[in-house]
Design a protein around this ligand. Structure first.
Ligand SMILES: C[S@@+](CC[C@H](N)C(=O)[O-])C[C@H]1O[C@@H](n2cnc3c(N)ncnc32)[C@H](O)[C@@H]1O
Length: 273
């Protein structure tokens, strides 16, 4: 049965209240297809039935049905070394520069909205491959709102179709162990990352000052006001000489004048003015 406008509006508000993600009218078909599975798992015979059950929940936060409904509406698309250029910029310009400027210091990297972990693992492999001397000098925090994505990320296990997306074969064989069904990232890389659950629309919690922040392909899902409040909080955790990476379709321009665009040979990122 097709979803009604009233049910769509209910789901839209629920997702917005929990995550800040704005679902446009065109996403109505997505609600229908994705929530069909959640409804079935909950024993409801339709999305309308699921909505009726959700309305009965008094304490929404931490309720499994509520959480799985919200998580089903997230877009978790990611892959290793996505867009290539940000990683090239780290390798050829930013990390060498940070190492030159601050010899012997510890560096902090935050990969926000990391989905199933391919992005922070790409950063960790790049550092291990090209800057092995930094082994004990870097702390990588990776976060997402989704409990399910963080579980996947933390396991470091990926199916064949995931490891052929963006990951050079040499790195696959060097940094992963092959299991019967999946590939698992080696413990030495997994240990380099601390996974945390962070909702970007809420206070980030206690964070060290970050040298590098990857917050890619997540701001696009928020409205202007939400983007501005997230960037205002990012400002506070980014070091004055730190670097912010956004996704290809995202920018701070016309949102937050505290950031300036920095151009490298391989692409752009942002720094505080
Ligand atoms: C498209 S993925 C981006 C993954 C990765 N950064 C990349 O570029 O490949 C978007 C991620 O943002 C997460 N997300 C959505 N709303 C969020 C919020 N309010 N706080 C934190 N993460 C959020 C989703 O769970 C999803 O894993």
């Amino acid at each position: 049965m097709p979803i009604t406008i009233a049910d769509f509006d209910y789901i839209r508000k629920l997702v917005y209240d929990r995550t800040g993600v704005s679902l446009s009218e065109e996403k109505m078909y997505l609600v229908e297809s994705r929530l069909g599975m959640v409804a079935k798992a909950a024993g409801a015979n339709s999305v309308s039935g699921l909505v009726a059950e959700l309305k009965q929940i008094k304490q929404q936060r931490f309720n499994p049905l509520y959480e799985s409904t919200v998580e089903a509406m997230m877009t978790n698309e990611t892959f290793f070394f996505r867009d290539v250029n940000p990683f090239e910029m780290l390798k050829t310009s930013i990390v060498p520069e940070l190492l030159r400027q601050r010899q012997g210091c510890t560096f902090n990297i935050w990969c926000a909205a990391c989905s199933s972990g391919q992005e922070p693992y790409s950063i960790a492999m790049l550092l291990r491959e090209y800057f092995p001397q930094m082994r004990n000098q870097v702390q990588i925090i990776a976060s997402d709102i989704s409990t399910a994505m963080l579980k996947l990320a933390n396991s470091g296990c990926y199916a064949q179709h995931e490891v052929v997306r963006g990951l050079p074969t040499a790195l696959l064989h060097k940094y992963f162990d092959r299991g019967s069904k999946e590939w698992q990232i080696k413990e030495e890389i997994r240990r380099a990352i601390e996974f945390r659950q962070i909702n970007l629309t809420e206070p980030f919690g206690l964070m060290p000052q970050m040298d590098i922040i990857f917050m890619r392909n997540v701001l696009i899902y928020f409205d202007v006001q939400t983007k501005q409040s997230i960037l205002a909080r990012v400002r506070r955790v980014l070091r004055p000489d730190g670097y912010l990476f956004l996704g290809g379709g995202e920018t701070t321009v016309n949102l937050d004048p505290a950031f300036k665009l920095v151009q490298f040979e391989k692409g752009i990122c942002y720094q505080l003015i």
